[in-house]
Design a protein around this ligand. Structure first.
Ligand code: FE2
Ligand code: FE2
Length: 201
């Protein structure tokens, strides 16, 4: 499917707000991909379609997941909104014929994150957090880390920590994949710090 066709589909199916957010993530993922040297077309497409599962309500998401054998862990049973990511990936693959594993994984992991994430998945995760329509406190600093300072992992760590805080503030259950994601970023940043200090000696 062409990106233009995908845009038309989103515009026809979703609200204006939904469409604008998709376009914002599309553009931001494109720019981040250019900045970090990965396939910008893939990033833009996955960014555009990342919330495709949001076209369905929580009840429908649970029903679709059970019907199609999409793994639903206990946290997702309690917080079915999280299912818009894995169910969205399933729909993109089976209804729209998207076959690219990396793009499907980026959609699947965009809400909770995961311990092992490709550059494409990381970029879609971050683009979702910092697209121009996002206006919350702290978002400017994350944009700066990602773009001006070119510190992708620090930007991601800030984003996942802010997300975890937000989930806690709302009294919701925390998905373990977010903790895995945070831990993996911290370990990677520590390793880099060590390499850096050895280099100086
Ligand atoms: Fe989402
Ligand atoms: Fe989103």
């Amino acid at each position: 499917m062409q990106r233009e066709t995908a845009r038309e589909l989103l515009q026809a199916k979703g609200s204006t707000r939904f469409y604008r957010h998709g376009r914002g993530v599309e553009r931001t993922a494109f720019l981040l991909a250019k900045k970090y040297g990965i396939d910008a077309e893939k990033a833009a497409f996955a960014g555009l379609m990342h919330d495709y599962g949001k076209l369905y309500n929580e009840e429908e998401l649970l029903r679709l997941a059970r019907k199609h054998g999409i793994p639903v862990n206990p946290v997702m049973v309690q917080e079915p909104a999280l299912l818009h990511a894995p169910v969205g990936a399933w729909l993109l693959e089976h209804e729209l014929g998207l076959q690219d594993r990396e793009m499907l994984d980026a959609v699947r992991h965009h809400t909770t994150g995961a311990a092992e994430m490709s550059m494409l998945s990381r970029i879609v995760y971050l683009a979702d957090f910092i697209e121009p329509g996002r206006r919350f406190k702290g978002v400017k600093e994350v944009r700066e880390l990602a773009f001006s300072r070119k510190q992708l992992e620090k930007a991601l760590l800030t984003a996942v920590e802010m997300t975890i805080h937000n989930v806690m503030q709302k009294g919701k259950l925390l998905h373990e994949a977010s903790i895995d994601f945070r831990n993996s970023l911290i370990l990677s940043l520590r390793e880099k710090e060590l390499e850096g200090s050895h280099g100086e000696g």
